[in-house]
Ligand binder design. Structure first.
Ligand SMILES: Nc1ncnc2c1ncn2[C@@H]1O[C@H](COP(=O)(O)OP(=O)(O)O)[C@@H](O)[C@H]1O
Ligand SMILES: [Mg+2]
Length: 360
């Protein structure tokens, strides 16, 4: 485990490859060597970058991250190197670039494989000179930034087809770290699940069967997908012990919620009803310790002694789905409606009902 790492840079995993990655991080952190991190999306590349920064002598200085694939070419140059006032339409003020922001600290260049060819040339020059020239500027500004880059792409192939400059690659890849997909290190799954459960306050637990189902999954979205699954479980089944069937339901939700899923979800919720927080629990049972255990997966459907308010439970479930869809779509109602297979207007109506939208 990384010693000085805070929660944000704590890399979980007992697999041989994760032990190795933590070792590599510890070895490379104190130097200022350029590190390139490769691995599929969601495998933890950004986390490794943060960990290296946190473990380095630069930890007290800035860690600056730039996604080279997400920023349009014209903006990327001024974002990285800054610009002088009036250097182009829209450059109404002078602006420092990310390189300058990262002076003394670390600059994380994410998705470096997507960097346009002419920007690759400029970046190489900056790395060689250790100074930047702002767009529209004349003077050179010396910068001392430790460069960590990352790519999910096969950079060898990009070089073979001349889409990525070899000279730049060798500048960036003084120290390469490769992260395997989560599917290649499933022994890390249980520890990751526990780790992400600890972060929340929902009181959710995974039964052994549920954990086995998690380990058996192929995790195409890697650790990010696992984190989302745990988060969904916490939203949908707070304070419950999750069953393998409930994991199955959550794993197979690909955005869209089908009628079959809704029915299955409802059934699963009903079955574990005695610990669902939407139910009125008798006063004597309200402390955490005395809450009844969820029925085991083999037990037949059972509703506890306490009365079940079906309408309230359904409304609660609807609320959770809508809140989750809105979060997944970053508040874009049209996208959330699509995730829920609802008309936009129907969703807005429901949002009003649940106090999730301002009244018109
Ligand atoms: N080994 C790990 N231990 C704990 N959390 C991890 C680990 N690897 C990835 N994560 C988490 O998974 C998510 C995706 O990781 P990220 O570093 O953004 O992946 P990438 O940059 O490769 O797409 C983040 O929330 C990150 O905190
Ligand atoms: Mg990333």
């Amino acid at each position: 485990m990384l010693t000085s790492g805070n929660a944000e840079s704590l890399l979980i995993g007992i697999s041989r490859s994760m032990v190795e990655v933590r070792y590599l991080i510890r070895q490379v952190a104190p130097s200022s060597a350029s590190v390139i991190i490769t691995g599929p999306s969601g495998s933890g590349k950004e986390m490794v970058a943060r960990a290296i920064h946190a473990e380095s002598a630069r930890a007290a200085k800035s860690y600056v991250a730039v996604n080279c694939g997400a920023i349009p070419r014209d903006l990327l140059e001024s974002d990285l190197f800054g610009h002088e006032k009036g250097s182009f339409t829209g450059a109404v003020t002078q602006k420092r670039g990310r390189f300058e922001d990262a002076d003394g600290g670390t600059l994380f260049l994410d998705e470096i494989g997507d960097m346009p060819a002419d920007m690759q040339v400029k970046l190489l020059r900056v790395l060689e000179e250790r100074s930047v020239q702002r767009v529209g500027g004349r003077g050179e500004i010396a910068v001392d930034a430790r460069i960590i880059s990352a790519t999910h792409r096969d950079i060898d192939e990009a070089m073979a087809t001349q889409r990525f400059r070899e000279d730049l690659f060798y500048r960036l890849a003084v120290f390469p770290i490769d992260l395997p997909s989560l599917g290649e290190r499933r022994e890390d799954v249980p520890q990751l699940v526990l780790h992400f459960l600890q972060g929340g306050t929902s009181g959710v637990k995974f039964s052994q069967a549920a954990m086995d189902r998690m380990v058996a999954h192929s995790w195409p979205g890697n650790v990010r997908e696992l984190r989302n699954v745990v988060e969904r479980a916490s939203i949908l089944f707070p304070r419950m012990t999750i069953s393998a069937e409930q994991v199955e339901i959550i794993l197979h939700r690909r955005g869209r919620v089908s009628n079959a899923e809704r029915a299955a979800l409802w059934e699963a919720t009903e079955r574990t009803a005695p610990t669902c927080d939407a139910i009125e629990v008798p006063e004597a049972l309200q402390s955490e310790e005395t809450l009844p255990e969820a029925p085991s997966e083999t037990e037949s459907a059972a509703i506890g002694e306490a009365p079940v308010d079906l309408r309230k439970m359904m409304a609660d479930l609807e609320y959770r789905y809508i809140a989750e869809a809105l979060r997944a779509s970053e508040g874009v109602v049209a996208d959330a409606a699509r995730l829920l297979s609802l008309q936009r207007t129907t969703l807005i109506e429901k949002m009003r009902k649940h106090g999730l939208a301002k009244a018109a």
